[in-house]
Write a protein that binds this ligand. Structure first.
Ligand code: DON
Length: 334
């Protein structure tokens, strides 16, 4: 039996630690307040333009603006057009890279595709030539088409089914193809076809190059919302388990690898500035979505179609930067 002095001592310790832990936790009210402020602050920002090189993206409503944050316990905070859908575009590259990593291992992705920055635009052809046929990383178009080609499947139909199922499990719901975007992009993807043929000439492709480009184009044409992106990001933040459905999608050994590539190449040739300003791994898409991850804590999804010159959503970057700063989420500062 414990004597009274020991009991009092233990109680004081418990109270101290409970207080300390709670003091470090960000309150729900504060998260709601910061999201509301970010929305109000940037809703009227008219910077940037919708992507034009894919016709269907040019006509998407540029005023769509939604912000969602999902924590590791599956709590959801959101404001604005968080259920409005746009095509996922390059954000999809994160999840297909995760699939290939699961199937073939982290070394395969590093050796076969690469994990370094290109310092060039996301659809650069010259970057491939300058690096002896290497795409350099799975987030530029070349590396993403290559990644798609390496998903294990007997044919492109099965490859597409696996990619769709994987992304849907990350999102916790069955994602749908945006047929307008797909049809438009299939007509506007000559450059990607050329990239895939060039990589094939360097013997870097895992399956037929033009078929892989078509599957890649389909994966880019899936519809997602800010809400979906936040759940998908929170799954990586939560070491590979979707915090809403509680389903494991990715082994925890791979989440640091995926986030490392996001830090290096997620925002393309602006990735350095992004990391310097925020410290958070993130990935953008020309549909206007950005997913950002606070490792071990949160996924943040923002959708707003107008882009800067690098192909990254203007309002999404502003909102995420603001949220990270106001809530003290820069992982490099902890
Ligand atoms: O292949 C393309 O050009 C598009 N499907 C995706 C590019 C993209 O999203 C670049 N991201 N900012």
């Amino acid at each position: 039996m414990l004597n009274i002095t020991t009991k009092i001592f233990l109680s004081v310790i418990v109270i101290f630690f409970t207080f300390t832990l709670n003091a470090n936790e960000i309150s729900k009210e504060r998260i709601h307040e910061v999201l509301q402020n970010a929305y109000n602050k940037y809703k009227g920002d008219m910077g940037g333009h919708n992507a034009k090189y894919i016709h269907a993206l040019a006509v998407v409503d540029p005023t769509i603006f939604g912000i969602t944050l999902v924590d590791k316990n599956g709590n959801i905070y959101e404001i604005g057009d968080t259920k409005k859908e746009v095509s996922i575009q390059s954000v999809s590259k994160v999840f297909t890279a995760a699939l290939v990593m699961s199937e073939q291992g982290a070394k395969f992705v590093q050796n076969k595709i690469g994990v370094n920055a290109t310092g060039a635009a996301f659809n650069s052809v010259i970057a491939i030539e300058e690096h002896g046929g290497s795409a350099l990383n799975p987030f530029v178009n070349a590396g993403a088409i290559q990644t798609t080609s390496w998903v294990k499947a007997k044919d492109s139909k099965e490859r597409w089914a696996k990619i769709l199922a994987n992304m849907s499990t990350f999102a916790g719901r069955h994602l749908q193809l945006n047929k307008d975007v797909y049809t438009s992009e299939v007509h506007d993807n000559k450059r990607n076809q050329a990239i895939s043929m060039l990589l094939d000439a360097y013997e870097r492709m895992g399956s037929d190059p033009l078929e892989a480009t078509t599957v890649y184009t389909k994966q880019c044409s899936l519809n997602i919302s800010a809400h979906d992106l936040a759940v998908m990001g929170a799954t990586i933040a939560n070491h590979g388990v979707n915090p809403v459905t509680k389903i494991r999608v990715l082994s925890s050994q791979y989440t640091p690898k995926i986030m490392a590539i996001m830090e290096t190449a997620g925002l393309y040739d602006n990735a350095g500035d992004w990391l310097y300003d925020t410290g958070v791994p993130a990935k953008s898409g020309v549909g206007g979505g950005i997913v950002a991850i606070v490792p071990g804590e949160f996924g943040i999804g923002v959708v707003s179609p107008p882009l800067d010159k690098y192909g990254n959503s203007v309002r999404a970057q502003l909102a995420i930067k603001y949220i990270v700063k106001e809530l003290g989420l820069n992982p490099l500062a902890h």
